[in-house]
Design a binder for this molecule. Structure first.
Ligand code: NZQ
Ligand code: ZN
Length: 387
């Protein structure tokens, strides 16, 4: 097990009606707030009104910036940075999913920086300070509500890039599973896939003697798998929505990363797809992750067989562990398909036109992944496997 520091400051406020405390939680950070949200789901559900009431009750002045698109764009981030500087904003509240939260985190960093916010994504600048942020989460998926990262797309060149810094972790995240009842099935399934991918990225490690985190990863994966079909068939099932929502945070708050080094190659390969084709992140992962697994499993057949056995209940074939490993990959792919996710690029109408370009862009800052280092040719081969 590697040495580690686990430092996740995000206060989680979980359960029914908890969005009503958002005013009290926010006022701690000041009286001028930027309210950031997406394309309208929070207005339709009535969440916008209840959040606004709670903020007004605390005498908080609210400046609004809506319109965040899935795969958030740097143009809106720049607008947010200007608003924060102009109005001397104290605190940014995101009401929405990963896209809104990521956009808010980038604004929070840009608001304390003189240059262009994209500098953080290219590595030209490093965050030293940022505005505090808080979250009312409406979709369990990206785990951004307590992660230290943000992912934003630059429309100029179709680059989707990430950066991370510990100060980006939100101060608090309010998780009311009832707020996820209105999610379309496709978004629910994409969220399930994304959170599973966050665990799988950590699970496939070269680190030995990490039994506790192996088991925590497996338990969280099994919880997600056990509840996914229930939330799809019965969207207002509180118990199942609650399990999925809490799993989404646990999957990505870095607890499951302790003592081990994750891979993250599949995420980087997927980000090129989202950058060019603007596809839903979770759907992209349902396509890329099984292809990555097929490409790398021989590197540690034992770990893949363990995964097949403990997560999917595949009996270990001691004479042929490769068979067990492959059965686990097949189960993963079948599961994504069963919840309505695409598992091939064809299903998203993506042909091989941009494979070379995506493989080059994905590796232009060096090879991807840690389980196995992936070079341009490997990434290209994985796109081929995902066809
Ligand atoms: O914009 P609105 O109208 O709110 O609609 C959204 C959006 O269309 C809708 N939605 C959200 N909550 C809803 C709802 N519709 C009805 N009822 C609700 N309760 O869902 C759509 C998707 O929202 P989005 O925020 O894009 O989803 P998600 O949370 O999956 O975020 C995806 C983004 O997060 C990034 C991804 O790359 C992607 O850009 N990621 C961020 C990470 C991080 N910061 O740590 C890690 C992840 O690996 C991921 O890369
Ligand atoms: Zn993800």
């Amino acid at each position: 097990m590697q040495n580690f520091v686990f430092d996740n400051k995000t206060k989680i406020i979980f359960g029914k009606d908890q969005e009503q405390v958002v005013g009290e939680e926010s006022v701690v950070y000041g009286k001028k707030l930027l309210l950031h949200y997406g394309g309208g789901s929070i207005k339709e559900s009535g969440l916008y009104d209840s959040v606004l009431n709670s903020l007004k009750e605390q005498g908080i002045e609210v400046i609004e910036l809506g319109g965040v698109k899935p795969n958030p764009r740097v143009t809106l981030v720049r607008e947010g940075v200007e608003l924060c500087k102009k109005h001397d904003i104290d605190f940014i509240l995101s009401v929405g999913g990963g896209s809104v939260i990521d956009s808010a985190k980038a604004i929070a960093a840009g608001a304390k920086y003189e240059g262009d916010v994209w500098d953080f994504f290219t590595g030209e600048a490093v965050v030293e300070d940022c505005l505090p942020t808080g979250v009312v989460l409406t979709i369990p998926a990206a785990g951004s509500e307590s992660s230290a990262g943000t992912v934003v797309t630059n429309e100029n060149g179709d680059y989707k890039r990430a950066f991370g810094h510990i100060t980006l972790r939100p101060q608090f995240a309010i998780l009311n599973p009832e707020l996820t009842y209105t999610l379309p099935a496709y978004q629910t399934a994409a969220g399930v896939t994304d959170m599973m991918a966050h665990i799988l990225e950590r699970y496939f490690t070269n680190e030995k003697n990490v039994e506790l985190t192996d088991r925590l990863c497996e338990a969280t994966l099994r919880t997600i798998i056990n509840n996914a079909h229930t939330v799809l068939e019965d969207p207002t099932n509180y118990a199942a929505r609650a399990e999925i929502m809490w799993s989404g945070t646990i999957a990505h708050n870095d607890l499951l990363n302790t003592g081990r080094i994750g891979d993250w190659g599949s995420h980087d390969i997927e980000h090129e797809l989202s950058g060019i084709y603007d596809i839903t992140h979770g759907a992209g992962l349902a396509i890329i992750f099984p292809a990555w697994m097929k490409y790398v499993y021989k590197h540690d057949i034992h770990l893949f067989a363990q995964f097949a056995n403990r997560v999917w209940g595949v009996e270990i074939d001691l004479n042929n562990p490769e068979k067990t490993a492959l059965a686990g990959i097949k189960k993963t792919e079948e599961f994504f398909s069963s919840i309505g996710m695409p598992v091939t690029l064809r299903e998203e109408n993506i042909d091989d036109d941009h494979f070379e370009e995506m493989a080059r862009k994905a590796t232009e800052r060096g090879p991807l992944g840690n389980f196995i280092k992936l070079y341009e040719e490997d990434v290209y081969n994985i796109y081929q496997l995902a066809k």
